[in-house]
Design a protein around this ligand. Structure first.
Ligand code: DC
Length: 217
């Protein structure tokens, strides 16, 4: 299809992917797909149903009865808006566990590919440039030091009125990085043809300007 652009943004937790991806999509007037929110939706459902994520049969049965979609930037699980329910530390951990399950990745990757089939999109996650949309027109790999990512996450939690300890947040980020990078299936890895953007010390506006310049849009 002519003029279609698909922008893949990968990187570890807290690198600022979703803030940047959302802003770029808005500026370009195209859809934003937050694939992390999809893994979080599965984690949320697994927790609510009391399923063991390592129980393949139970997971398969649950996934068959699961619908995940986006509407105007909101994630919908089985017809229910769940935006404000999936950003807790508990769901982060459950999402990470679920994301290493083959049956979960199979279902979500298929969904993500079909979402990117016909229209221009910005999609962010861990395996977009390498696996979901290997032929995306633009690919970015966004990083920042673990300390800066922990600080951003800590500030976010405090702002939301939650209690948090910086050292604990940093430790959780390091643990999640490790499992995201070492899992067997589609681990977090920079695609060879992705442009690396280290956002440590950069403002949101600077990162957006950098990406807009790269894609010349
Ligand atoms: O980006 P996030 O923190 O919302 O992602 C939640 C979890 O899902 C995280 O542990 C990584 C995983 N994930 C993944 O495995 N593949 C993706 N494309 C996106 C997220």
């Amino acid at each position: 299809m002519e003029n279609r652009i698909r922008i893949a943004i990968d990187g570890p937790s807290g690198a600022g992917k979703s803030t940047i991806a959302k802003a770029i999509a808005k500026q370009l007037g195209i859809d934003y797909i937050d694939t992390g929110a999809m893994y979080r939706a599965v984690g949320y459902k697994v927790k609510n149903c009391g399923i063991d994520p390592e129980d393949t049969e139970a997971m398969r049965a649950m996934l068959q009865e699961t619908e995940i979609d986006f509407s105007e930037g909101n994630i919908i699980l089985d017809g229910q808006l769940i935006n404000d329910k999936i950003r807790t530390e508990e769901i982060s951990k459950m999402a990470s566990r679920c994301s290493s399950r083959p049956e979960v990745r199979e279902k979500l990757v298929q969904l993500q590919r079909s979402m990117g089939q016909r229209k221009s999109i910005v999609m962010d996650g861990r395996d977009i440039g390498n696996n979901v949309l290997p032929d995306a027109e633009y690919k970015f790999f966004m990083t920042a030091s673990a300390e800066e990512r922990a600080q951003r996450r800590y500030d976010e939690l405090i702002e939301k009125g939650e209690t948090a300890e910086y050292e604990q947040v940093l430790e959780d980020i390091k643990k999640r990085d490790h499992s995201d990078m070492t899992r067997e299936l589609n681990p977090l890895r920079k695609a060879e043809d992705a442009v690396e953007v280290d956002t440590t010390g950069m403002s949101i506006e600077e990162v957006i300007a950098y990406i807009r310049k790269e894609i010349q849009q």
